[in-house]
Design a protein around this ligand. Structure first.
Ligand SMILES: NC(=O)c1ccc[n+]([C@@H]2O[C@H](COP(=O)([O-])OP(=O)(O)OC[C@H]3O[C@@H](n4cnc5c(N)ncnc54)[C@H](O)[C@@H]3O)[C@@H](O)[C@H]2O)c1
Length: 464
């Protein structure tokens, strides 16, 4: 059997989106031999997809064969003027890298799912698409690098975990802070008690792309004509929205439907709490060793969410907020937006001083001034460190695929980090001052209305 013909033992047909079929079944992720190339498709051709794809293009073990986006090429430049959106833009880049014209440019991701020649996918769409595409890809035996936050809501994480397990998938969540040494070192310091007793932490979350909200196109909430970059218009517009509930008359609202702007409405994203919480809560859990469980409560929730005078029903995410993440042993992380906290990062408060970490920045207390990572003893806790990947999260994923193992941020961990974001958003949206959470049963306790929100509703015939 040719390796490109590799398929699992049984094939089933599953209907997706009510508008097409693709083959699913008990396929297992293919593990290429060291001498073989891993074929990869990029699904979601926006700025983050570009960032991740660039790393894959630098890796000689990988061949990017397909790029996929319902947008062929848009005039919209999002938050990074040098990376316009669309599959044709990505195709040009990949073709140039390989000196070819053969890169396949695909509008509908179901073609990727159905294609047995593709070994792995990068999912860099908006959050609302991660689970439906991720589960379909895993069922087709494809390894997955999925952007963070891994899910739009808690129940999607269960489906992602089940699919990864069943199909032997290597899954990397795009929480790349785990591949950066400063965050690992902090987690090792806390885990090994080097800060003495540590019972609290302060976390500031950046309101990413807040500047974008000040710009004309991201404030425009007027139902508008569907842009020409969706072509054919109706089918591509529907594919772009996918499982997200449509607005009246299936309207295009620039402030929430322009690429990047799906973040600002709860049907498609989870605002700044998830955008940056997925990163910093992930590090919090790594440092506490709770990455496969979670907190027992969200408390002291205060937010200006849903103030129609400040925003409107389209822009419905929290902009300023404060809440505490509380663990069973009494550890408490106080979280707020960067403006009120004063920084974007994590500050741990221990007996032996304060420790601050942010991207590219590590401030140790006086007590650890002369401490070096190499001071860790063999008997100390050493966390995952892929020296070979040299801090590259994408490289770590590829290593893990070849070696038949999980990378630094597997599906279970991505699910638990995203869960904290979702719990905070549920509390904020329902105006609850606190929520109790059972991290074993994964249920909100004593509040049926809030608990109902852990189950994601998918629309327009799409499902996980
Ligand atoms: N790890 C990080 O530091 C980091 C930073 C920024 C963004 N992100 C994450 O990356 C993801 C993408 O973010 P972005 O800012 O690039 O978003 P974006 O909206 O700019 O780009 C997403 C692209 O996905 C495309 N898309 C929509 N539906 C699709 C479908 N059915 N099939 C294929 N493509 C589809 C859109 O047309 C768009 O071009 C998000 O999950 C975001 O949270 C992570």
């Amino acid at each position: 059997m040719n390796r490109r013909e590799f398929i699992g033992t049984s094939a089933l047909a599953a209907v997706c989106g009510g508008c097409g079929t693709f083959n699913l079944g008990a396929k297992q992720g293919r593990r290429p031999k060291p001498s073989e190339t891993l074929t990869l498709a990029v699904i979601g051709c926006g700025p983050m997809g570009d960032y991740n794809m660039s790393a894959f293009l630098r890796d000689s073990r990988v061949r990017v064969t397909h790029v996929c986006d319902p947008i062929a090429e848009s005039a919209y430049h999002g938050y990074n003027a040098s990376t316009p959106h669309g599959r044709e833009v990505f195709k040009r880049k990949v073709d140039k890298r390989y000196g070819t014209t053969a890169t396949k440019s695909v509008a509908d991701f179901r073609e990727i799912i159905d294609d047995p020649s593709i070994d792995a996918v990068l999912i860099s769409t908006g959050d609302y698409w991660h689970a439906p595409i991720g589960v379909a890809a895993m069922k087709a035996g494809k390894h997955v690098y999925c952007q963070k936050p891994m899910t739009l809501g808690i129940s999607e994480g269960w489906a992602m975990i089940a699919a990864a397990k069943e199909h032997g998938i290597t899954f990397q969540v795009g929480s790349q802070q785990r591949s950066a040494s400063e965050f690992r070192v902090v987690a090792e310091i806390i885990r090994n008690g080097l800060l003495g007793e540590c019972k609290s932490c302060t976390i500031g979350l950046c309101y990413a792309h807040n500047d974008g909200l000040k710009q004309k196109y991201t404030r425009d909430c007027t139902p508008s004509p569907i842009p020409d970059w969706f072509s054919p218009k109706d089918s591509m517009w529907n594919l772009y929205q996918g499982p997200a509930q449509h607005w009246e008359n299936n309207a295009y609202i620039p402030a929430i439907h322009s690429p990047v702007c799906w973040r600002w409405n709860s049907r498609t994203g989870n605002g700044s709490i998830a955008d940056w919480g997925a990163h910093h809560f992930d590090i919090l859990q790594w440092a506490l060793g709770t990455e496969l469980s979670g907190p027992v409560a969200i408390e002291n929730v205060k937010t200006d969410i849903f103030d129609p005078a400040v925003t409107n029903r389209y822009l419905d995410q929290a902009k300023t907020y404060q809440f505490d993440i509380v663990y069973a042993d009494g550890f408490r992380a106080h979280v707020g937006d960067k403006e009120s906290i004063g920084f974007n990062g994590l500050k741990f408060h221990g007996e032996k001083g304060e420790l601050f970490v942010a991207r590219g920045k590590l401030e140790l207390p006086e007590s650890l001034r002369h401490w070096k990572e190499t001071d860790l003893k063999d008997s100390d806790i050493h966390l995952y460190h892929n020296i070979n990947a040299k801090g590259c999260h994408e490289h770590d994923f590829i290593d893990a695929v070849y070696e038949g193992r999980q990378p630094v941020c597997p599906v279970e961990i991505g699910h638990r980090s995203a869960t904290i974001c979702h719990l905070a958003n549920i509390a904020a949206r329902l105006g609850r001052a606190s929520l109790k959470w059972d991290p074993v049963k994964e249920r909100i306790l004593g509040d049926d209305e809030a608990n109902a929100r852990i189950f994601v509703k998918h629309h327009n015939g799409w499902t996980v």
